[in-house]
Design a protein around this ligand. Structure first.
Ligand SMILES: N[C@@H](CCC(=O)N[C@@H](CS)C(=O)NCC(=O)O)C(=O)O
Length: 264
């Protein structure tokens, strides 16, 4: 009886492996996704030693958006992770705690909300500030970066209320950007958060230096880095789903390997 169960189990495993291989082949043969709306299953790029599944998986769309900050933290701190890229299928809906992305798995922990994810990763990698005062300052710049993101459309209309708030906030960030780090004497979450504050000279220099760090430079040229879409490049207002067309082709490695949620 036991032997029969053993044989049945190995036949089932071989069947599963064949199905997996076929899924990978048809995934690779499908045309490159041109937009986020592509009806294509998620793909994964592993940033961990081969054959060594990492504890951490970050799921987001094949966009920078709310996924870019957690990706930058993971890349900068060298935490091994699987980077999962979703397209238009909505397969995350049943398990994403609030039905949205990004979602982070860290061992048995499953969390959403980009701010909670960024803070969890910052604590895990000890870049959340040294003492209580530094932690508070890190939080302050992190919240500033979130505020800036929420009113970034003000860039199209500098005379609007959002445009004026944006300019005032950027000026504050610029004034605090004299040294190598926003808070304390080493990298913290506060340094990773303002990655999009380009138009100001000190901030621009800071972003350039940040991008030149070996871990970040490697990431920016890797399959994990996705191109911008028209909705994100700051050149025109957001135009809904049609605006999520990639401005440059996705790197083939980004969408080569299919991914399914654990237990699916
Ligand atoms: N407050 C959430 C917002 C998450 C959110 O708005 N996610 C959007 C993409 S940026 C999403 O999942 N949209 C698709 C959906 O709702 O199914 C966070 O910061 O993570």
């Amino acid at each position: 009886m036991l032997r029969r169960v053993g044989i049945a189990a190995s036949v089932a495993a071989a069947g599963a492996a064949t199905l997996q291989r076929r899924a990978a082949e048809s995934h690779a043969a499908a045309p490159a996704p041109e937009s986020l709306a592509a009806q294509r299953p998620p793909s994964v790029v592993r940033v961990a030693p081969l054959d060594d599944p990492p504890d951490v998986t970050l799921e987001y769309f094949a966009l920078r958006g709310l996924g870019e900050l957690p990706r930058l933290i993971l890349e900068l701190t060298g935490i091994p992770y699987d980077s999962v890229y979703h397209f238009g299928t909505g397969v995350y809906k049943p398990y994403a705690p609030f039905g949205q992305l990004p979602v982070l798995r860290d061992g048995p922990l499953l969390i959403c909300e980009s701010g909670a994810i960024a803070r969890h990763l910052a604590r895990k990698a000890c870049i959340d500030g040294g003492d209580a005062a530094d932690k508070a300052r890190v939080d302050m710049f992190f919240e500033l970066a979130k505020d800036l993101t929420s009113i970034k459309s003000g860039i199209h209309d500098p005379a609007s209320a959002d445009g004026k708030r944006l300019a005032a906030m950027l000026a504050t960030a610029e004034a605090n950007c004299g040294g190598a780090h926003f808070v304390g004497s080493s990298t913290t979450l506060a340094d990773v958060a303002p990655g999009s504050l380009e138009p100001y000279p000190k901030l621009k220099a800071f972003v350039k230096k940040f991008a030149a760090q070996p871990a970040i430079a490697e990431y920016l040229h890797s399959d994990r880095r996705v191109p911008l879409t028209a909705n994100e490049d700051g050149k025109q207002p957001h135009s809904g789903l049609p605006g999520y067309k990639f401005k440059e082709p996705l790197r083939p490695g980004t969408y080569a390997t299919p991914w399914s949620p654990p237990g699916a």
